[in-house]
Design a protein around this ligand. Structure first.
Ligand SMILES: Nc1ncnc2c1ncn2[C@@H]1O[C@H](COP(=O)(O)OP(=O)(O)OP(=O)(O)O)[C@@H](O)[C@H]1O
Ligand SMILES: [Mg+2]
Length: 258
């Protein structure tokens, strides 16, 4: 069977410096991986290792320099961007900036349906209610503005919003950094139960190796845009083959002991 997502030799370089002295910086060296429905794939690595760049390319927010991205065996191009944006959604780090402060929650959840589906107002309202209850909120929250919600509730809204178009893949780039421990655990459990219920696949970028160990089926270790090690999470974390992976794990251990 064709994997849900196939990434082949994907790479990205940025042009830096002035136009008269062009220089290029490689943010992503050719990278290849598969992702199956219902699976979680994590990308870990030190700052600047290329994870956000990868997340942005997957969601279509940034162009790639080369390589292939196949969704259900079909190449994603700028021409079928609309289809891509329905199937691959992103959850951002900070719900405060990803939500519009001037729109009610209900309107923000409805927005993707308004632009991407022929649904009428009544079915859009119903879908918003389902989305709210699915993430453990009340239908009354549809009338709230983002500032009227607690931080954890806002991140739930961001999750609900990402789910509105029934995507197949959710990309979460440091989506839980900065949340306090219990809210973070709630959000993660929510994502895990949605994954079970809907068969979603997750691409997770995180500094938090404890979280990665807990949720990811497979992990890819990145350094300066290159994959240095990959495999089933348990195997990589329990028996790291690369010095760099060992260092990341040690640093995490030191941080958690502090
Ligand atoms: N728009 C840009 N123009 C030039 N260089 C960029 C641009 N965006 C990212 N880069 C470079 O690409 C590399 C990878 O950055 P990226 O943000 O993807 O890393 P990251 O793994 O997400 O790091 P972080 O830990 O900061 O989240 C970095 O060296 C960065 O400076
Ligand atoms: Mg990043």
């Amino acid at each position: 069977m064709t994997p849900l997502l196939q990434v082949r030799e994907l790479h990205k370089r940025f042009q830096v410096g002035a136009w008269w002295r062009r220089q290029y910086q490689t943010a992503l060296s050719p990278i290849s991986f598969d992702l199956e429905a219902g699976q979680t794939l994590a990308f870990v690595g030190e700052a600047g290792s290329g994870r956000t760049t990868l997340a942005r390319i997957l969601t279509g927010a940034q162009a790639r320099t080369g390589g292939q991205i196949l969704l259900d065996g079909q190449e994603l191009t700028t021409r079928n961007y609309k289809q891509r944006s329905r199937m691959i959604r992103m959850i951002f780090q900070d719900p405060t900036t990803s939500l519009n402060p001037r729109l009610r929650i209900g309107e923000q959840l409805e927005e993707p349906l308004l632009f991407n589906t022929p649904m009428d107002q009544e079915s859009r309202r119903a879908a918003v209610e389902t989305a709210l209850t699915r993430v453990g909120l009340l239908r009354e929250h549809a009338d709230f503005y983002p500032h009227m919600l607690a931080h954890g509730q806002r991140q739930r809204i961001a999750i609900a919003r990402a789910m509105m178009l029934e995507p197949k893949i959710i990309v979460a780039d440091e989506a839980f950094t900065g949340l306090d421990t219990s809210i973070r655990a709630q959000c993660i459990n929510l994502l895990l139960s949605l994954q079970k219920e809907l068969g979603l696949a997750y691409v997770l970028m995180s500094h938090d190796l404890g979280l990665v160990r807990h949720v990811a089926d497979r992990v890819m270790v990145m350094k300066s845009g290159q994959v240095v090690e990959e495999g089933p999470t348990r195997q990589v974390f329990d028996d790291p083959q690369h010095e760099y992976t060992r260092r990341l794990l040690e640093e995490q251990l030191l941080r958690s002991e502090r």
